[in-house]
Each structure stands twice: as structure tokens, then as C-alpha cells.
Design a protein around this ligand. Structure first.
Ligand code: UN1
Length: 492
């Protein structure tokens, strides 16, 4: 199957361009080939989006929302199929594939509801017989650049608020996971979304991404991916005066205090560290544990880690799927070596799994390091794989300091039964998301998603906060006094 661009409601044909293979990370099988688009393809898509946006902005928001209800309904109807495609191209286990599709469905219905809100504000004027209000206005054409680890959910976090607010979009999915974008294009089409509202252009960040950022008619760029690429997007976007929303890396920690329910903490750590094979920007990759419970937690974690099954995510009994590709596998393994060289103690894992059938895919053993110190590279850098570092601390204060002592600030978690400590922690943990008595993953779509420091640039995906990315405030003053009234002057 050859995946080609969806522009102006049609599948782009012809033209001599190159295609890249899409591989199943579980077994190396080729699933499809995807178009590596050019700057000209981007121009074509932007042209269609600009044209469509003029009309789309005039469609009443509740009517725009009706399309989202239909998109949500279709996603629900095709949920199992979408989950299967997702697991095949991305590798996450099928249960999580279903969960991710559900996240997209939730986002469709949630943002559809915004179609009947999109609240503005009325504000008293300082002058008599004058009415003042501010409304959320659409911005125009927006460019969406999404990662492979959540090929559908993250795209819905961005595209659904964009369209309900009256924008049109060009979406560049990751080259590793274009099939979900292809499936979504079919759904947009089936839902009857007017041509040009949703456009999908496949290809590389350096070609398609750059062309989108540099295009004068693309007003907003919303990016999720690595901090390294994100800073390049910000730099280029800044040069072209774009509004840029960035969602980047994490080095998320679970804090386990001495009064914690340790069994619950173990469950939370396992789920958030090894779910999606650690390939979430919210994944737990550090456990900051009080010295009095460190040994016990270690023993309990090891016992549970032995039970984790690694394999093809389509097998319902498997808990951990492959990582996305060989490059990722090499990167993860290089961190194991770094950890060992730094003097951390490898308790379990630390190896590529290639026994029998596993040799065909990209599998890494769930890995646990202990005796890690906060400044080691394995405790500072984002590994994006199933590797966890245990760091011992003496107090809540030290735990918070260690948690905050990294360049990222996405998610954090604390396990404790002490209400005072919990409230102190939620205030002082410098992350955009804080969990109490739960792991670091599991954000819900109706709350803002994003982080501080190297994780973002102040914007948020999801929740009502997402609308701030895709709307412009417009202030409107209506004078019904019948005379010229000058603000600041005629106010006596
Ligand atoms: C991501 O890893 O980029 O909170 C997104 C979670 C998911 C989303 C993760 N709902 O883990």
C-alpha cells in the first residue's frame, strides 16, 4: 500500500517522489510505503487550507462541532480496527492501542462540546453607553507536527481544537507512523468535513516540517517531539514570527515516601515506566525513594518485573511491546552502558532481547538501575525506553529537590499517606502535571497537558487551554451613545 497526501479532500496522485517503507517494529515486516513529500506538496496543501479557511471560519461553531461529533462517532465505530493498525505500526500493546484511540474519541466529543461554548468575555466599559467584549477569533491555517509514540491521540489534541475554533490545518505525522494519519484522513472524508479543512502531508521534518514553518500563510505551528527538534522549530518559527506551541521531553519521577503504600507504588511505577515500553514523554524514568523503604521497594519491584512479558503487542497476553526502531534500540542500550560506566548498579535487564521470534523486532528488556545519583546522565537525560533509575533520598525536601533538578518539567508523582506532605509536594514539584498516589502517566484530555522548563514554552495541549493556541483574542467596543467618547479623556 502506498500512502499519499490528503489535500483539499482528495488523495494526491502522480508526481515522481520517493517513498519510504513503514515497518512493523514487532517483526520488521513492511506494512506500507509513505510519500516523502516536497515543498511543492506543502504549498499545494497550504493553498487549499487558506481557501477553505475563509468559509470554515464563517460556519457557526456549533455546526463545526457537528463534524467533530461525527468524527468521534466514526472513530468509536472503527475503534478496534484503528487500535490494530496503531499497534502494528507503533508497537504499543493492543490494550494501550485501544486506550489511545479512546483518548482521540474523548477529545472529539469534548472539543465538539466546545463548539457551543468557545466562551468570550464581556467587560464593563469605562464610558457610558458603551459595550465591551472580547471573543476568540480563529487564526487561520495551522501546521501540526506530531510524534510516532501517540500517532492518533496527540493529533486529536491539536487538530480538534484547531478546527472547532475555525482554523484549517496541515498535519505532518511522523514518518514511522503514517498509517494512523491515513486512517484519520479517511474518517475526515467520511464525516464530510469540507475539502481543505483537514490536510495531511507525509514526509520528513527537514523537508515538510521546515516548509510548513517557513510558509507565510501558516500562522501557528504546534509541535510535539524531542526537545532538540523543538528548539529548532522554535528558532525557525521565531524567525518567521510564528506562534509556536511546543510539547517536548520529560524526565519524570515517582517519589516514594517512607509512609507510602508500597504495593500501590510498585504498580504505579511498573505501569508508568514500562507501559508503551517507556516511550511516553510522561514515562517514569526515575524513582526517588526514601532510604527507609528503598530495599523493600527494590525487592518488590524486581519480583514484579520478572512477570513482565515482552513481545508482539498484538498478543493480548504481552505486557511490553517493541521499541519503535533499531536506532531507538541502540540509543536505549547506549544508556545502559553509560549507567554502568557511571557506577550505577544494574539490577535487572540492560539487554536487547533477541531470542527466537524476538530477533525480528526491536525489543529491550525492562531495566532497573539502583544506587543512581541525581547528576548521572541516566538520571538527567531522556532515554525514551524501558529504563528506570532508583535514587535514594533522606526526606521529602530532598526528593523535591532531586525531582526538580533536571532540565525537563512534564510530569511527577508522589506516593504518601501524609496529607501535609502531599499538599506541599503538589505545590513545590516543578512540573506541569502532578499525580498523587498514581504513576506519572495517564493524563485525561479535558485537563491541560504540558510542562515547564525544557518540556515546553508555556502553551498547553488538551483541555480548554488548548484553545489559547488556536485562537486570537479580539476585543470589540460598541459605542451606542451617538457621540464621540474618548477613552481615558472623557471619563470624568
Ligand atoms: C506522550 O507521551 O507524548 O498521559 C503523551 C499520558 C497519555 C499521553 C502521553 N495520556 O501518558
Amino acid at each position: 500500500m502506498k500512502l499519499t497526501n490528503f489535500i483539499d479532500g482528495t488523495w494526491q496522485e502522480g508526481e515522481e517522489v520517493t517513498y519510504t517503507a513503514v515497518l512493523n517494529p514487532a517483526n520488521g515486516e513492511q506494512l506500507a510505503e509513505v510519500r516523502m513529500s516536497t515543498k511543492e506538496d506543502v504549498d499545494l496543501a497550504v493553498k487549499a487550507a487558506v481557501k477553505a479557511q475563509k468559509k470554515w471560519a464563517l460556519v457557526p461553531a456549533p455546526k463545526r462541532a457537528d463534524y467533530l461529533y461525527e468524527i468521534g462517532r466514526l472513530m468509536k465505530e472503527k475503534k478496534e480496527h484503528l487500535a490494530q493498525v496503531l499497534t502494528k505500526e507503533m508497537g504499543k500493546v493492543i490494550e494501550e492501542g485501544r486506550g489511545e484511540v479512546q483518548e482521540g474519541i474523548d477529545m472529539a466529543f469534548y472539543m465538539a462540546g466546545e463548539g457551543r461554548r468557545l466562551f468570550g468575555e464581556t467587560t464593563p466599559s469605562e464610558l457610558a453607553d458603551k459595550f465591551a467584549m472580547s471573543v476568540r477569533a480563529p487564526i487561520g491555517v495551522v501546521g501540526l507536527i506530531t510524534p510516532w509514540n501517540f500517532p492518533v491521540a496527540i493529533a486529536t489534541w491539536k487538530s480538534f481544537p484547531a478546527i472547532v475554533a475555525g482554523n484549517t490545518f496541515i498535519w505532518k505525522p511522523a514518518t514511522e507512523t503514517p498509517m494512523m494519519a491515513y486512517e484519520m484522513a479517511k474518517i475526515f472524508d467520511e464525516a464530510g468535513l469540507p475539502p481543505g479543512v483537514a490536510n495531511i502531508v507525509f514526509g520528513s521534518g527537514s523537508d515538510v516540517g521546515t516548509a510548513m514553518i517557513e510558509h507565510p500563510d501558516v500562522k501557528v505551528i504546534s509541535f510535539t517531539g524531542s526537545t532538540e527538534t523543538g528548539s529548532r522549530v522554535a528558532e525557525l518559527g521565531g524567525r518567521h514570527l510564528k506562534k509556536v506551541s511546543l510539547e517536548m521531553g520529560g524526565k519524570n519521577a515517582v517519589i516514594v515516601l517512607d509512609d507510602a503504600d508500597l504495593s500501590l507504588a510498585v504498580e504505579g511505577i511498573l505501569w508508568s515506566a514500562f507501559g508503551t515500553a517507556g516511550q511516553r514523554c510522561t514515562a517514569c524514568s526515575r524513582v526517588i525513594v526514601h532510604k527507609d523503604v528503598k530495599n523493600e521497594l527494590e525487592t518488590m519491584l524486581l519480583a514484579q518485573m520478572e512477570k513482565l512479558t515482552v513481545g508482539d503487542g498484538l498478543d493480548e497476553s504481552v505486557k511490553i511491546g517493541p521499541v519503535i526502531n533499531k536506532k531507538a534500540l541502540d540509543k536505549i542500550h547506549s544508556y545502559t552502558k553509560i549507567g554502568q560506566e557511571e557506577g550505577a548498579k544494574l539490577l535487572v535487564g540492560g539487554e536487547v532481547l533477541d531470542d527466537g521470534e524476538l530477533v525480528k523486532g526491536n525489543y529491550y528488556a525492562p531495566t532497573l538501575f539502583t544506587d543512581v545519583t541525581p547528576q548521572m546522565r541516566i538520571a538527567q537525560e531522556e532515554i525514551f525506553g524501558p529504563v528506570v533509575s532508583l535514587i535514594e533520598v533522606n526526606s521529602l525536601e530532598e526528593a523535591i529537590e532531586v525531582n526538580n533538578g533536571v532540565k525537563f518539567g512534564l510530569s511527577s508523582s508522589i506516593f504518601s499517606k501524609d496529607v501535609n506532605k502531599i499538599f506541599r509536594a503538589q505545590r513545590d514539584l516543578d512540573t506541569g502535571i502532578v499525580y498523587v498516589n498514581a504513576g506519572t502517566t495517564g493524563a485525561e484530555i479535558h485537563l491541560p497537558f504540558g510542562g515547564t522548563k525544557g518540556t515546553g514554552n508555556g502553551h498547553r495541549d488538551s483541555g480548554v487551554a488548548a484553545l489559547d493556541v488556536y485562537t486570537e483574542w479580539k476585543s470589540i467596543y460598541v459605542d451606542f451613545s451617538g457621540k464621540l467618547q474618548r477613552a481615558q479623556i472623557d471619563t470624568e
